[in-house]
Every structure is written in structure tokens, then in C-alpha cells.
Design a protein around this ligand. Structure first.
Ligand code: NAD
Ligand code: MN
Length: 498
């Protein structure tokens, strides 16, 4: 499907200044403040987005509220919403290569990963929720015969979505799919460093026939546009994926405003626990490398902590080092590369600083540790591996969100469990063992929303993804993904007319 000539044509396409999408149109405001959009491929500015103010957020929320109240979407038969969402998915798929290249220019993910995970992944997710929405029933409660208890499922109202830059379309679709399918209207703020593809798919939603005001996209900084969403009195639910500190701030905004429901997906420091009886150490090493080096580690479920039985630590380390050296890092729009750039210059600095902390705290840098290809002007970072990592070091406890792997040894299963659970996070985890009892014990013992045994990334829309502890609350994906965007309402109906 991908062809280098087509990619090269698309990569040089001039992208005009971008505008917010409200009430099914781009809002062209010559007086609006602008943010330059820099490509992580070469550090060059190639377009701009609107630096939205609180007033822009107000108009997006007003559009969403009016659309919700008029009922064309929220009160429509679910089969009607299904039809439009399916059409939307089809249009996204038709424009997939164009959208993928645009997204890569914005956030630096290699084009193969971007195409599959972003437009195609988003289309797949929207289809899943479109197909589900006319198959969800209410309930009749088992009360006495004299009175009927009905449990209705209703859309909540206006949903705010705040999205990060690593997989902007995929993560947005996990939230847009259930929110829209359930009948809500949405105001979405993409990350300032990855907004372009979300503006593009909003336009396609209108083309698919989505009524005006149902999906609105406002771009801008977290501290202004994002804060205005967090504090808005007329947003009922806010779902977020991003960092812990901002997640905490959203909870404060909610408390200071209208107690809007807040759902958080805050990343992790996922353990990758390797027992000496793991069946195929070569495969373990290959998947261990993939779990942290694909998309330069900018993945919320990246398995950034290897916790390996000491008897095989050296052998495993050698194999992981060998696989790490095979990654072809560079221009993410060249099909010959399989890892692209760090999404923005701020994140490049975050990674650089966290690696330096690892060195300062006494871990051994076995590979990488630095920016590469700086002559290109782009933001590339070498696959990085730390040995002699103590569980208490910051590189073992804090999310780096970069291609940085920490390797820690253990002797007993209890020790492995203790190390695995010793961070504030609990999003994902991986266990490698040939012993069924060990596998079951670990599945129960690990504090995480996801445990993968003898595989990495059993990613599928049919299963929930959500964290425990300080990785957040609520789930994206699967039918559980609807819960965040639905209210249950009880209706009592007396059958006794007297
Ligand atoms: P962030 O949490 O700062 O930003 C995520 C989103 O929140 C963006 O849209 C941003 O504009 C918005 N935001 C920022 N400040 C806000 C505020 N005060 N009010 C409302 N919204 C606000 O994350 P980041 O800068 O994109 O990345 C920093 C760290 O976040 C990374 O190093 C990584 O650890 C983590 N992260 C996690 C994920 C994930 O998938 N869980 C994704 C991206 C980043
Ligand atoms: Mn960008």
C-alpha cells in the first residue's frame, strides 16, 4: 500500500495555516493568535495552528451543547449514528496515506507504524463502536410486580477530550468512538505538537454527514486552551491521556468548577519480567527490544523496565543489545527506516535529562544515551540501555517516554513481584515463563491493568486498556469504553393505576 514516490510527493505538500473546527466549519479568524508547527523530522516550521483562547473554547462548547440539546444526534436512533460513523471510518481509510504522512510530518512516528496505528487503527476503532451502539440494551430491574424499574442508558452531554502527541488519532478514536456512538457531543483539544490529523478527520466527519456541532476541535496550549476546557462549567465529562502532573491538575479544575467527571490515562513504567525458564530467549529479547524501541519508546504501555532472573541476565542482555543495534533510526518518511523522531524538542530535552539522571545516579550506560542525526535538524535519540539499575533509581521508577530501557536482576519470584510493583504506576506488564503456575501467580500478583504472558502487545480493540494506582482510572477500548460516556437513569413506573 505504501509507495516511496507517493510519500515523497505528500511530504512536500504545502500545508496552509490551520483553523479550529467548530459547527462543521473551519473558523477563519485573522486576529487569532497562532502557534508555529515544527516538524521533528528536520526541526523546520511547515504550518501553524490556532493558539485558542478561553473564548474559542466557549464557542466550541456552546456549539456542542446546542447540538446535544437539539437531539439530532443525541436522540437519534443509534442505527443512524452507526451509519454516519461507518461512513466516517470509510473516508478516513480512503485518505489514510495522506493522513498518515501529515501525522508523521507533525509527530515523527515512522510511516509504517503511523499508517497502521493512526488512520487505519482509528477507522477500525470507530467501526467497532459504530457497530456496537445499536446493540446495547437498557435493563429491567427484578422488582415486585406492582412497580416496574427501568434502567436507561443515556449520553452524558458535552464531552471534553484532551489528547497527547504520541498516537493522536488512535488515542482520540478510543475516546471519540464510544463518546459519539453513545450520543454525546464533543470538544476535543489535540496536543499542540500533534494537532493536524485531528483537524483533518474532523473535516471528514462533516463530510460523512455528522450533524453540525457534534464534533468540534480546538487547538492550542495546555495552559490556556486546555485549562479553559478543564474549568468549563458546561462540560460534563473530561477524558484525558497524558502525564500525571496534568492529570492531577484536571482533577483540581473539576473541583474548582462543576465537578465534571474526569477520566485519566497517565502512562506507566511497565515491568517486563523474564524468568529463566522462558521458552525462547531469542524471541524474548527481540520483543523486549520492540516493546521499548518502537516509536522511540513514546508509547504509554512501553515495557521500560526489564526485571530478569539473574541466572540468565547476561545472556538476555547481550541478545537485547544485539536487537537494539538493528533498529534503523532516521527520517520517518523513508520506508527503509523503522524508527523515526522524538515528537517535539521539549520531549527530546526531557529524555536527555532523564538519561543524565540515570548516569548521575550510578547506572551503567551500555548503549546509546544521546541525541543522534543532529545535522538533519531533527529530534532523533539512540536506543538506550542501562545496566546495574537499582529499583529505587529515577530511571527505574519514572516514565521517560523515550527509547530508554533499564535492566534489573532478581533471584526469587517474590523479589520479582516486589520490584514489579514498586512504582506508583500500574498500566501494563509482561511476563515470560514456560511454567503455567508461575504465569497464573504473576497475573494475580502484578498491580496493572494489563498483564501479557509470553507475548508483547496483545493489542486489540476488543479488550480494555486502563491503569490502576497512579496510571489513572477508567478504561479505553472494548465495550467497557462506553461506561465513561454513559449515565444510567432509573425510571420507576407504577403498574397500579389507583
Ligand atoms: P502533557 O500531559 O503535558 O500533555 C498532554 C495533553 O494535555 C496535551 O494536549 C496538552 O496540551 C494538555 N495540557 C497540558 N497542560 C494542560 C493544562 N494545564 N490543562 C489542560 N490540558 C493541558 O504531556 P506531554 O507534554 O505531551 O508529555 C509529557 C509527558 O507525558 C511525557 O514525558 C510522558 O511521560 C507523558 N505522556 C504520556 C502519554 C500516554 O500515552 N500516557 C502520552 C504522552 C505523554
Ligand atoms: Mn508536531
Amino acid at each position: 500500500m505504501l509507495d516511496q514516490t507517493i510519500i515523497d510527493e505528500l511530504r512536500s505538500k504545502v500545508i496552509p495555516d490551520q483553523h479550529n473546527f467548530i459547527d462543521n466549519q473551519f473558523v477563519i479568524d485573522p486576529a487569532a493568535k497562532r502557534l508555529a508547527v515544527e516538524s521533528p523530522i528536520d526541526g523546520k516550521v511547515f504550518t501553524s495552528i490556532c493558539d485558542s483562547s478561553g473564548e474559542d473554547v466557549d464557542s466550541a462548547v456552546a456549539a456542542a451543547r446546542a447540538a446535544f440539546n437539539c437531539g439530532d444526534w443525541s436522540n437519534a436512533a443509534p442505527a443512524y449514528r452507526k451509519k454516519i460513523l461507518l461512513k466516517w471510518a470509510e473516508l478516513i481509510e480512503q485518505h489514510a496515506v495522506e493522513i498518515a504522512v501529515l501525522g508523521v510530518r507533525d509527530n515523527g512516528t515512522d510511516i509504517n507504524t503511523a499508517l497502521k496505528g493512526e488512520p487505519l487503527g482509528a477507522a477500525n476503532t470507530l467501526r467497532y463502536y459504530a457497530e456496537a451502539c445499536d446493540k446495547l440494551y437498557g435493563e429491567i430491574a427484578p422488582t415486585s410486580d406492582a412497580v416496574l424499574g427501568l434502567i436507561h442508558r443515556e449520553p452524558v452531554g458535552v464531552v471534553g477530550l484532551i489528547i497527547p502527541w504520541n498516537f493522536p488519532l488512535m488515542i482520540a478514536a478510543w475516546k471519540l468512538g464510544p463518546a459519539l456512538a453513545a450520543g454525546n457531543c464533543v470538544v476535543l483539544k489535540p496536543a499542540e505538537s500533534a494537532s493536524l490529523t485531528l483537524l483533518k478527520i474532523a473535516e471528514l466527519a462533516a463530510q460523512a454527514g455528522m450533524p453540525s456541532g457534534v464534533l468540534n476541535v480546538v487547538t492550542g496550549l495546555g495552559s490556556s486552551c486546555g485549562e479553559a476546557i478543564g474549568l468549563h462549567m458546561d462540560i460534563d465529562v473530561l477524558a484525558f491521556t497524558g502525564s500525571g502532573p496534568i492529570g492531577r491538575r484536571l482533577l483540581e479544575y473539576s473541583a474548582r468548577s462543576n465537578l465534571k467527571r474526569i477520566y485519566l490515562e497517565l502512562g506507566g513504567k511497565s515491568p517486563n519480567i523474564i524468568f529463566a525458564d522462558a521458552a525462547n530467549l531469542d524471541r524474548v529479547a527481540r520483543e523486549t527490544a520492540a516493546s521499548i524501541f518502537r516509536n522511540s519508546g513514546q508509547v504509554c504501555v512501553a515495557a521500560s523496565r526489564v526485571i530478569v532472573e539473574n541466572s540468565i541476565k547476561e545472556e538476555l542482555t547481550e541478545k537485547v543489545l544485539a536487537y537494539a543495534r538493528t533498529y534503523r533510526i532516521g527520517d520517518p518518511l523513508l520506508l527503509s527506516n523503522n524508527v523515526g523522531a522524538i515528537a517535539n524538542s521539549t520531549q527530546l530535552q526531557v529524555i536527555t535529562d532523564k538519561v543524565q539522571q540515570g548516569i548521575d545516579q550510578g547506572a551503567t550506560l551500555a548503549l546509546g544515551g544521546k541525541r543522534i542525526l543532529a545535522d538533519s535538524g531533527g529530534y532523533y535519540f539512540a536506543p538506550t540501555i542501562f545496566l546495574d539499575v537499582q529499583p529505587s533509581m529515577s530511571i527505574a521508577t519514572q516514565e521517560v517516554f523515550g527509547p530508554v530501557l533499564s535492566i534489573i536482576g532478581f533471584d526469587t519470584m517474590d523479589e520479582a513481584i516486589e520490584i514489579a510493583n514498586s512504582t506508583e504506576y500500574g498500566l501494563s506488564s509482561v511476563v515470560w515463563t514456560a511454567n503455567l503456575a508461575t504465569a497464573h501467580t504473576m497475573v494475580k500478583a502484578i498491580q496493572a491493568g494489563v498483564v501479557q504472558v509470553n507475548c508483547f502487545s496483545g493489542a486489540d480493540i476488543t479488550v480494555p486498556l486502563g491503569g490502576v494506582k497512579q496510571s489513572g482510572n477508567g478504561s479505553d477500548k472494548s465495550l467497557h469504553g462506553f461506561d465513561k460516556y454513559i449515565n444510567v437513569k432509573t425510571a420507576w413506573i407504577s403498574l397500579d393505576a389507583n
